[in-house]
Design a protein around this ligand. Sequence first.
Ligand SMILES: [Zn+2]
Length: 105
Amino acid sequence: MGVNRWTRHSAPIIRTKRWKRLRYEALRRDGFACVSCGARGRLEVDHREPVRTAPERSFDLTNLQSLCVACHARKTRAEIGMGETDPARMAWKTLVRKTGRETEQ
Ligand SMILES: [Zn+2]
């Protein structure tokens, strides 16, 4: 539900011919590989600055990056405030919080 609300902002852009051309330009610039992990195959073109916060940069090639499905999903999760999914990191944070409380008391 939250994700749908989030992606709705870019939907009118992604439907245009202009976007399709630009999307291809971005993929070609990035060598048809994920800029984050280098994976090839199924790629999505992502707005570095989301359309929601920077609509004026929607068709700006420098605001676009090619991401594989996994990296794109990770970035989207981080943007909607669900980034803390790494269990090791969560455990560390909990530990730090606990330790902090103990020293205070
Ligand atoms: Zn990737």
